[in-house]
Structure formats: structure tokens, C-alpha cells
Design a protein around this ligand. Structure first.
Ligand code: NAD
Length: 688
């Protein structure tokens, strides 16, 4: 027995304890320990498998992926369970996920602590469960219920699993003691258990029309993604093929998907979301400052959402507004937001009240004297912000962090208005701030490690994913999407309509195309930015001049009916065709491939510039920004992952081509791209 498995005999029950905390991945030593433990259990009437640490098991060890398999495999361990002459019981606390749940499903019975979570999240990593989960779960709970769990990848609670029939008992109290008592009871009652593999009662006579309808409804929201389809196919095999062939089908699907680009992309993001938390240059021992409560200045669109995020996560927060009217309006908007969630059944009314009680309001900025963190979300005006930060610095306790939610302004200029520039950082939330997971943490030139660590710690506590970025106009996300905008205008001038561009981007997997997104955000904002910068976009300007500001005016790039369905609008088409004519551009048919490239390449080029400048530390930081803040599908891996997959020589050549063809200097490949293309490098391995 190795150090990853502990065993102990309690009368005729042999306890095997997985000791690979905190999450008990099923690394080779754990699988070997299970196989040996089952042998060592000879003579016992039952085996109880339980986990150390935070959970039963989080499943396969992802770092072993793609390496030569070292036996025993999980199916070999499961075969040993099936051959064990007594019963094998899994006792689940915390969670049983992926291979961890498949292990439990291969046992004769499962008991769980209250609130334990059970799930098969493989679909989210781009593949299907590969150790029999898609064959055993349907045999325990029926194909349609199993499909729900396998295709969504969402875990269910022990209580729900009990109701569905894949947990045999939920046991409050000390799990090991209770599970031992439960197993002893089962032995004394001479209870018979049938392994899932030997059952057909829940899958025999499956109505296939109903199966297909369920599959179609689950696949509706997974456009373009392969793994959910693979999951459906695997479960279909469970109801249409004998076990051995079903398992074979599952193995084939697993092998094909795991080697595919989508799964690589999903794993890139999965590991990346952990990687971004290790910030280069931040000493490992730096401690965040304690934050027990916070103040948000401004209760507008952003301030309200930011404050809600604190309250949602149990941290008392006060929003400050200029006058009672604005304050009341801001707080009412937060309440209305929560109420909508209550109305849809996703939030209990009592929980809403608990959250609402944590969110207070004030019109007295002096209250910042009594807080641990201030986040400013007032108008985007440098003079307003500088004056405010001077006040905040005077009124707030020395030593606390003052953060700004600015989208475009210079953090160093804001910090310079205070006597504590080392404690000033950007905390750039995305709209709606109570929903969007991304938080760009902007490191000013004076920002201390402790200030960055504090912002990251708070971000984590309010459910955000923090990416540390450098101080520049637009930071990472908005700066890169901004470089796409001129190509949108040019594509419209040369032959596209808004719906062509959005269709291509949505087919690629984006949650929403750039024009529909513009309509949502408001086209007047972009127009104001263009005015401020002295740039023109003849078509976009003409659309705004026609009073089309987007959804808020009922029309923008599209018109919207009363259900907010977007519809192509002949008026927009006329504006576009007229402008092309005025500019003497002969419109032509533009291929989907060209549309995609002309929208992605400018972002990649700007991403390379961002790496050169050190505004993002690594390409993965950029990809994580796009997946978490810009509706980029995780299964596409982000813009820099896309560029790596194209190959940097191809990226360079296409940039050169489009720079010439469209006269856009921004598309001239950056030095970093030239260098990587020359040296056969990749963004994912590059440090600029
Ligand atoms: P908003 O106009 O909706 O809200 C600003 C609020 O601040 C208003 O309610 C205003 O009354 C209040 N305010 C102004 N001066 C104040 C003061 N001195 N004291 C207290 N309250 C004051 O604006 P918003 O969209 O919430 O943007 C706020 C900030 O967040 C801006 O810096 C903006 O660039 C940034 N931001 C906006 C978005 C977005 O999508 N809207 C996204 C990220 C960041």
C-alpha cells in the first residue's frame, strides 16, 4: 500500500481512505492503492471507500492527461470492485466529480454527507466521462435524467441524487462512523445490491422519441460545441447497446474528443484560470489587507452592480451618492435586480432580504472614515475622479486601498491626487457588474504588492476572477476589442451588412456579435469616444445621426420588436449602401472566413502589443479576460490560443495581407509576432 491510500479493518468492514488531499485526484498511486486495498480486504464482507481532505474525489489527475497510461486504469479498479466477493460502498463528502463519481458509481452502493455535490463535469473540459459514467448513471437513474447531468456537467446535491436514485442514503453526522453503521446494517439485513453494470430496469423500454426530444433541448444552447453531442451519443449507446459495446463507444468518444482542439482549448482556459492568480512579480508571501466592509462611490449602472456583488457574498457595503434622489434610485435598482432573480425562482425571498440588509446607502462621503476599502464608480471624467480621490484620501483611514472602476482613465493620474499612490489600484468590473465574472485589476506604477493582493483577495471573495493588467487606455479587453472596430466599419463599407458580421461571429461561438453588442451598450457611447478622439466612421456616425442609439431607442444596427428580438432594418441597409456609394467603394461579396479573420487578427495584433508592453504578463491572461468578460466561448480558448492554433507564420502573413488590402496600419504585424513567426514560437510559451 502506498502513502496515497490508508486502510483500517473495522470487524468485517475494510475501510480504504483515499489520502491525496485536498481534492483526492485519482492519480496513478491512488488507483494502485485502491487495487491493492481491495486485495488486502480479502476476507472482509464489505469495503468502505472514503476520502480525506475537502472531498471524496475531484476525479482524474489532469496533469496525467496525454502522458502514457500507467496501470491500473480506472476500469481495472472497477473490475476489481465487481470481483470483490462482498459489497463495496462509497462514502461521499464534499464532492464526487468526474472519475471520482465514476468510482462511486462502480461501487455497490453510495452514501453521502448532506449537501455533498455529485457531478460529471467532463463536458466542460471538452470530452465525455471516460470510465463508464455514461453507461452506469443511466442504468441507475434512467437515460433522460442521466443525460441532464452528463450533458450540462452541472453537479447535483446528495439529496437530489438520493431522490434520483444514485445515492442510497444521506447520512448526517460523522460520515465515516455513519457509513460504517449503515454498511453494518446492510450486512446484517443481508441486503442485496446489484451493480449498475448488471442492471437494465431503468433503461429497458426507453421511449426514443422522448430521448431525442430531451437531447435536442439540452443541445439547443451548445451551438458548435462537440462534447455535449458526444455525451448524448454516449448515453444513447447506454440504451441501445449492450454494456460492453456501450463502454467501447464511450472510450472511442473520449479518445477522439480529448485529442481535439476544443478540449485543448477548454483545458487551456481551465488551467489558465488558475495560472492568472499567480501574478508574476507579486511576492508569494504578500498578505492582503483585511477587508470586512467596503464603500462604493456612485450608485449608477456600475456602482450598484459592484455593491450587489459584495452583498451577494456576505460583505457589508455602503453606496454613496450625490443626493438622496440618486441614492434612492440606485438602491431601488439593486432591489429590482434581486427581485427579478427571486421571481424566476433562482433566489429565495429570505436570502434577498439578507443581501439587501447588507447594502446600505449614504449621501455623506464622510462615512469612508469607517471602512476598509473604497471603490469609486462615478462619471468617467478625470477631473471629477481626481477631486474625489483627494477627498477620499483625506477622509478615509490611512492604509486602506482606494480603487477606481475607470474604463479608460490613467490610474497613475488618479493616484497622484492622493498621498497614498501605493494604495491606489484599478478594479475594472464589467457590466452587469453583479453578473460578469471578470475583474481587471489595474496596477499603477506606484501600486504596492499589498494593494494588488488586497484587490485580488476581495475579487475572489465576491466571486470574481481577477486578472492583473497594466495601466493603459482600455487595459486589456476594451483595448483589444477597440482595434476590431475600424474593421467592422470597413467591412460594412466594402460589402457586409450588420447581420452578416454578427452571424459569422456567433457561428464562431461568441455569445453576441459586435453589432448586436453595440446596440446593447448604446451606440452613442462609441460616437462620443470617436468625437473625443477626432476619428470618423462614416457608417457608424450616420447610424447614430439617424437617432439610432441601440436597444434603448428601440433601434440601432437592428430594429427591435416589443420582445427585443433583433430584426434587420432596411433603413440601416440604405445608410450602408448610400455611404459605400458616397465613398465610391464598389461593394463585393465577402467570405465568412475573411470576416472572421478581419475581426480576430486586429485583436491578436493588439494582444501581441499588450504582451510586448507587459500590460498583460502572459498570453493566457488575455485569453482568460476574453472568456470571462467578453462572451468568448471557452471551447475556442481565447484570441491568443486561436492565433497559436493558426500558427504564427500564417498570422503574420494574413496581417500583412489585410494591412495592405484595407490600408489599416494597425494590422501591420508587431515585432513579437514577427519574432515568433520567424522562430517557430507560440504565444502560449512566449514571454515578450
Ligand atoms: P453612471 O452614470 O451610471 O453612474 C455614475 C454615478 O455616479 C451616478 O449615479 C452619479 O450620480 C454618481 N456620482 C457622480 N459623482 C459622484 C460623487 N462625487 N459622489 C457620489 N456619486 C457620484 O456610470 P457607470 O456606467 O456606472 O460608470 C461609472 C464608472 O464605471 C465610470 O468610470 C465608467 O467608465 C466605469 N465603467 C463603466 C462600465 C459600463 O459598462 N457602464 C463598465 C466598466 C467601467
Amino acid at each position: 500500500m502506498n502513502e496515497f491510500m490508508r486502510q483500517q479493518r473495522h470487524g468485517n468492514i475494510h475501510v480504504l481512505r483515499i489520502a491525496n488531499p485536498p481534492v483526492n485526484t485519482l492519480r496513478t498511486d491512488v488507483r494502485a492503492g485502491l487495487a491493492e486495498g481491495l486485495k488486502a480486504a480479502a476476507g472482509a464482507k464489505a469495503v468502505l471507500i472514503i476520502g480525506d481532505g475537502r472531498m471524496f474525489s475531484a476525479g482524474a489527475e489532469m496533469t496525467e492527461f496525454g502522458k502514457p497510461r500507467v496501470p491500473p486504469s480506472l476500469p481495472e479498479v472497477f473490475a476489481a470492485i465487481a470481483e470483490f466477493p462482498g459489497i463495496v460502498v462509497a462514502a461521499i463528502h464534499g464532492s464526487a466529480l468526474g472519475g471520482g463519481l465514476e468510482l462511486a458509481l462502480a461501487c455497490h452502493a453510495r452514501v453521502a454527507a448532506p449537501g455533498a455535490m455529485l457531478g460529471l463535469p467532463e463536458v466542460k473540459r471538452g470530452f465525455v466521462p471516460g470510465a463508464g459514467g455514461t453507461q452506469r448513471l443511466p442504468r441507475l437513474i434512467g437515460a433522460e435524467a442521466a443525460m441532464d447531468i452528463i450533458v450540462t456537467g452541472e453537479p447535483v446535491s446528495a439529496e437530489r441524487a438520493l431522490a434520483l436514485g444514485f445515492v442510497d442514503a444521506v447520512l448526517p453526522g460523522d460520515l465515516e462512523a455513519e457509513a460504517l453503521a449503515w454498511t453494518r446494517g446492510a450486512l446484517e439485513a443481508n441486503r442485496r445490491f446489484t451493480l449498475a453494470a448488471n442492471r437494465v430496469d431503468r433503461i429497458a423500454g426507453q421511449d426514443m422519441a422522448s430521448f431525442e426530444a430531451k437531447a435536442a433541448s439540452l443541445l439547443k444552447r451548445t451551438r458548435g460545441q462537440e462534447s455535449p453531442r458526444g455525451c448524448v451519443e454516449a448515453v444513447r449507446a447506454a440504451v441501445t447497446l449492450p454494456l460492453e459495446q456501450g463502454l467501447q463507444k464511450e472510450r472511442e468518444l473520449f479518445a477522439a474528443l480529448v485529442a481535439g482542439e476544443q478540449s485543448k482549448a477548454l483545458r487551456h482556459i481551465f488551467f489558465g484560470e488558475r495560472e492568472v492568480l499567480r501574478v508574476p512579480g507579486l511576492p508569494a508571501d504578500v498578505k492582503p489587507l483585511p477587508v470586512a466592509r467596503a464603500v462604493v462611490i456612485g450608485a449608477g449602472t456600475m456602482g450598484g452592480g459592484i455593491a450587489m456583488s459584495f452583498a451577494n457574498h456576505g460583505i457589508p457595503v455602503t453606496v454613496v451618492e450625490r443626493d438622496a434622489g440618486a441614492l434612492e434610485k440606485g438602491i431601488a435598482r439593486c432591489r429590482a435586480n434581486w427581485q427579478r432573480t427571486v421571481d424566476t425562482g433562482r433566489l429565495a425571498a429570505a436570502e434577498m432580504e439578507r443581501r439587501a440588509a447588507l447594502l446600505k446607502g449614504s449621501t455623506d462621503i464622510g462615512i469612508v472614515a469607517d471602512t476598509d476599502l473604497v471603490i469609486e464608480a462615478v462619471f468617467e471624467d478625470i477631473e471629477v475622479k481626481k477631486a474625489l480621490f483627494a477627498d477620499l484620501d483625506r477622509l478615509a483611514r490611512p492604509g486602506i486601498v482606494l480603487a477606481s472602476n475607470t474604463s479608460t482613465l490613467d490610474i497613475d493620474a488618479i493616484a497622484s491626487a492622493t498621498r497614498r499612490p501605493e494604495l491606489v489600484v484599478g478594479m475594472h468590473f464589467f457590466s452587469p457588474a453583479n453578473v460578469m465574472r471578470l475583474l481587471e485589476i489595474v496596477r499603477g506604477k506606484a501600486s504596492s504588492a499589498a494593494a494588488i493582493a488586497t484587490a485580488m483577495d476581495v475579487g475572489k471573495r465576491i466571486g470574481k476572477l481577477s486578472v492583473v493588467v497594466g495601466n493603459c487606455d482600455g487595459f486589456v479587453g476594451n483595448r483589444m476589442t477597440g482595434k476590431r472596430t475600424p474593421q467592422v466599419e470597413k467591412l460594412l463599407q466594402e460589402g457586409c451588412l450588420p447581420q452578416d458580421i454578427d452571424r459569422v461571429m456567433e457561428a464562431y461561438g461568441m455569445a453576441m456579435g459586435p453589432l448586436a453588442t453595440g446596440d446593447l451598450a448604446g451606440l452613442d457611447i462609441g460616437a462620443a469616444v470617436r468625437r473625443a478622439r477626432g476619428t470618423v466612421a462614416p457608417i457608424a456616425d450616420a447610424v447614430v445621426a439617424a437617432g439610432r442609439f441601440g436597444q434603448k431607442t428601440g433601434k440601432g444596427w437592428y430594429r427591435y420588436d416589443e420582445k427585443r428580438t433583433r430584426l434587420p432594418d432596411p433603413e440601416v441597409e440604405r445608410i450602408i449602401l448610400d455611404t459605400s456609394e458616397k465613398l465610391q467603394i464598389r461593394r463585393r461579396a465577402i467570405s465568412d472566413q475573411e470576416i472572421l479573420e478581419r475581426l480576430l487578427l486586429p485583436m491578436v495584433n493588439e494582444g501581441a502589443r499588450i504582451l510586448e508592453e507587459g500590460v498583460a504578463a502572459r498570453a493566457i491572461d488575455i485569453d482568460v479576460v476574453f472568456v470571462n468578460g467578453f462572451g468568448w466561448p471557452a471551447w475556442r480558448g481565447g484570441p491568443m490560443f486561436w492565433a497559436d492554433a493558426q500558427g504564427l507564420p500564417a498570422v503574420r502573413d494574413k496581417l500583412v495581407h489585410y494591412a495592405v488590402a484595407t490600408g489599416d496600419d494597425n494590422l501591420r504585424p508587431t515585432d513579437l509576432i514577427e519574432k515568433l513567426a520567424r522562430e517557430g514560437g507560440r504565444f502560449s510559451a512566449a514571454i515578450a
